[in-house]
Design a protein around this ligand. Structure first.
Ligand code: 3PG
Length: 311
């Protein structure tokens, strides 16, 4: 029966789509939980350099334990692997700490509205630094993305320059991280899950000295005592939740990056922000003006147009 291979192919195509759908849904759900606990922690304990270091430390520890107990198979890596991972880890560290600093200064929704313009950064970096060119509709889609973000920024009630710049720096850093990651993962035997684990370990090494220099143990201890007296022991659970969920959502996102193109990844990531923006506005009772919401909607619509024109 000559139609069998065709049927089988269609079946495996459908199975792949279901698998990616499950990855995406899990990634978004884990990310929403992370963002809520992360903001609860930052509201009570405003030390973003420490909390971003702890998220990496927690993920690294979880993976080291999984490897030691053989829950997950440890990757076989060589010096070359760590060397190519280094620029990815630098970009991951900068993007992570910059986003966390941003969220310590402004509403979670605002950080994510600005971060929804990541595809625009991707086009600009590819065009001006890598010399790639795109069809005209791609450039046109940047107008609503940038315009929508600008409208959302100028109408933001609690605008803060550090919060805004943190999200912008994070955008730029993550574009480089995604480009380098996909290159680094190509043809390598290291799975998406282990690739992200190694990335966490290396980023932790890079970030720790900077976190100590910028904030440092003295501030952390003093702040800790105040927070514990105000919030009590449940604060430790918030901290644990933000750290564990940070690792899990990133791990799942890298497991999906293993299967999809960086473009599909960045579209999935922007759509993820819609759920984060909506849920954080509800949970934290963030005040939003209609014009502000309009800006966010235009930016997200721009990303959708971008994905359509790039495909
Ligand atoms: C972080 O702390 O790294 C940011 O929350 C990351 O944001 P993103 O993974 O949603 O881009």
């Amino acid at each position: 029966d000559s139609s069998r291979p065709v049927q089988q192919e269609a079946k495996s195509e459908a199975a792949k789509k279901v698998k990616i759908g499950v990855y995406f849904a899990t990634w978004w759900a884990l990310n929403v939980v992370f963002n809520i606990y992360n903001k609860k922690v930052l509201n009570a304990y405003p030390y973003p350099w420490l909390t971003s270091t702890l998220s990496l430390a927690c993920g690294s520890l979880m993976m080291l334990i999984s490897w030691a107990t053989r829950i997950a198979e440890a990757p076989k890596t060589d010096f070359e692997f760590w060397k190519t991972l280094f620029p990815v880890a630098v970009a991951h560290t900068i993007g992570h700490v910059a986003a966390t600093v941003s969220m310590s200064k402004v509403a979670v929704s605002f950080t994510h509205i600005i971060k929804s313009s990541e595809p625009a950064f991707s086009v600009l970096v590819s065009r001006f630094l890598l010399g790639e060119s795109f069809p005209v509709p791609v450039y046109l889609s940047l107008i609503p993305i940038i315009g929508g973000c600008a409208l959302a920024a100028v109408t933001e009630l609690n605008f803060n320059m550090i919060g805004f710049m943190g999200a912008m720096i994070s955008n730029l850093a993550f574009v480089f991280r995604n480009i380098f990651s996909k290159k680094g993962m190509k043809g390598k035997s290291v799975s998406g899950m282990n690739y992200y684990a190694c990335l966490s370990l290396l980023s932790l090494l890079i970030l720790t000295p900077f976190a100590i220099a910028v904030e440092g143990p003295q501030m952390w201890v003093a702040g800790w005592q105040t927070t514990m007296s105000q919030i009590g022991r449940q604060f430790i659970w918030w901290m644990a939740a933000q750290s564990v969920f940070y690792h899990l959502y990133n791990q799942v996102s890298y497991m999906s990056l293993d299967e999809i193109s960086p473009l599909t990844f960045s579209i999935g990531n922007t759509m993820k922000r819609v759920s984060v923006i909506v849920s954080s506005i509800i949970i934290f009772h963030t005040p939003v003006q209609p014009i502000n919401a309009l800006g966010a909607a235009i930016a997200i619509l721009g990303t959708f147009l971008y994905s359509q024109s790039k495909q």
